[in-house]
Design a protein around this ligand. Sequence first.
Ligand code: PRP
Ligand code: URA
Length: 178
Amino acid sequence: MANTETVILDRNGISRGLTRIAHEILERNKGVANLVLVGIRSGGDHLARELRSLIADIEGEEVPLGAVDVTMYRDDLGSRGPMAMGKTEIPFPLDGRNVILVDDVLYTGRTIRAAMDALIDLGRPRNIQLAVLVDRGHRELPIRADYVGRNVPTAREENILVEFDENQKPVEVRLIKS
Ligand SMILES: O=P(O)(O)OC[C@H]1O[C@H](OP(=O)(O)OP(=O)(O)O)[C@H](O)[C@@H]1O
Ligand SMILES: O=c1cc[nH]c(=O)[nH]1
């Protein structure tokens, strides 16, 4: 049977969701002092860059931006076959910082567990908060997001695709039923 695809968010919808998240982050953290953004490769790193730009538009200040690759921290490393590995680039100390971890889709929570282990190997943040563009449910670990662009109820066999253009700007979020 052919796949059916439904657009959940277009460019404007994504932009509105990220703008709201930027305001929520600033509200909860009382501004940008002590704040850093770390995006999970790949996808979360592009969204973290968008959030940094939106926060700068509101506060007039750019917060430190990093990216984490979770490949070596995955709990299915042995069973998944070869995987392309990205680079973790966090060019600032994490100790004592309020870290906003950013990803595109939150599903089982296993990627977030891996990312938190990767961060904690690098330092001891004051806290880690989680921002995701889409929460599709079906958690397998006790993990929740602090900031959510859109909650999308899904069936396990469905898939959420976040598409980026050639400049790594988010273009569309689609729900794919196969
Ligand atoms: O909550 P989880 O069940 O861990 O799923 C969420 C993760 O799945 C996707 O990454 P994927 O592993 O497909 O890698 P990619 O983004 O690099 O393609 C997505 O970008 C999230 O990081
Ligand atoms: O639907 C899903 C599940 C995990 N990761 C995605 O990007 N989409």
